[in-house]
Design a protein around this ligand. Structure first.
Ligand SMILES: [Zn+2]
Length: 157
């Protein structure tokens, strides 16, 4: 197996380069926005970093990142305690990453998987608009067949 192939495979195993993330990357690229991917030295290794725009983007799976109130987030009935603990740790890690990024002056966007599934074009447009004009942190999420966005702070318990 070539090094490229292996690294592509490993990145899939780690949960990077997932479908929704690829769609958002493609959209930003087509909108003329350039980014770096998963920089190791940044808190939480954001999926995209747009240095020129002082913006970082996370594309979050609704299950792994406990998207509250989302139909794609349901705690499994078996081994519930194990999952609760695991997902709680993920949430804490997300919160720490977001607050250190915000503390370092980055604008932070979370695009939830459900937004990309509901309407990937609308989600991409909302994200590109936020990169260029957004002031505060944003999260973009699904709302039935449409998307909605709201300030990021309100989602951090
Ligand atoms: Zn969701």
């Amino acid at each position: 197996m070539s090094a490229d192939k292996r690294s592509a495979l490993m990145s899939r195993i780690r949960g990077k380069d997932t479908g929704p993330e690829m769609l958002m990357r493609k959209y930003l690229w087509e909108a003329g926005l350039r980014y770096r991917l998963h920089p190791c030295r940044m808190p939480g290794r954001p999926d995209m970093v747009l240095k020129r725009w002082n913006a970082v983007v996370f594309v979050h799976g609704c299950f792994w990142h406990s998207h509250a109130g989302c139909p794609f987030f349901r705690l499994p009935k078996t081994r519930a305690e194990f999952w609760e603990e695991k997902l709680r740790r993920n949430r804490e890690r997300d919160e720490r990453a977001i607050s250190s990024l915000a503390g370092a002056g980055w604008r932070v966007a979370i695009v939830w998987e459900c937004a990309v599934r509901a309407d990937s074009v609308a989600a991409g447009q909302a994200l590109a608009t936020w990169v260029r004009h957004g002031v505060e942190g944003i999260q973009i999420e699904g709302a039935g067949a449409a998307i909605r966005h709201r300030a990021l702070e309100s989602a951090i318990p």
